[in-house]
Design a protein around this ligand. Sequence first.
Ligand code: UTP
Length: 289
Amino acid sequence: MKVRKAVIPAAGLGTRMLPATKTVPKEMLPLVDKPAIQYIIEEAAAAGIEDILVVTNRAKSAMDDYFDYYPELETRLLQSGKDRELTEVRRAADLANIFYVRQKETKGLGHAIWRAKRFVGDEPFAVLLGDDIMRSKKPVVKQLIEAAERYEASAVGVQQVGLDVISKYCSVKVKPLEERIFDVSDLVEKPRPEQVFSNYAILGRYVLTPGIFDVLENLTPGYGGEIQLTDGLSELCKKEKMVAVDFEGKRYDTGNLKGFLEATIDFAMDHPETGKWLKRFLKDKAKAL
Ligand code: UTP
């Protein structure tokens, strides 16, 4: 089993970040100096993935433009000696082979993944959610790929969350296999207290076998009236092996305002141009509180 392709579902409406996301895709909101989706594509590329499908919708064409060449801009940067900017602009366009497909109706994450069926064909593939940004030594998706390849199985990326907030996530029924790796026998999306399997929640990264498409094809709408990927995974793990990887790294949910600000501040603190300045700025602010 070899994972060579990735799918980034980015066709959600981004209602938690309105009004900004009315015309700007939330994946294009900048985290310091790069749009959020670039961090995701960099993670996939760093894990050795070359072919990436982004699932978009009619309001998200800014994403395709961003990963394209822009000759007029590049010529101007070259003429004015802005070499660093030129390198950065080009680097983004050359990160991977990026393909696009539209999800014509916003019917849920499971439906968005199903749109990748033709791109994926008959091989396992990674899924990286467009608003879950990771910071880790080894790319989180690489940690999942290694487990999936070793167990010849689907793999979901999990971390423990507080039991008081598990109702916002997908709760996973797990049994330990080895350090940081579990067998998965069931999952539930946004569980009510009596439905909670564990406080291990899936956080935006998956490696799936093509078996998921047969399941998604026949799925009826679940939580929130949407085709839920979790419902598909719940069926898949009863047919095929699935493991959960308690991944190493910090995850930011940049699809909500607090997560977005947290990522912005953390990234800006580590950025060579802004790090020192921001730390001083925050210290001064804290003194004045
Ligand atoms: P979210 O629920 O986090 O994103 O979906 P959303 O729907 O854009 O956000 P809110 O809740 O309205 O603020 C998880 C992921 O699934 C994608 C989203 O783009 C996000 O990456 N998604 C969701 C789709 O691609 N299609 C859908 O129909 C729904």
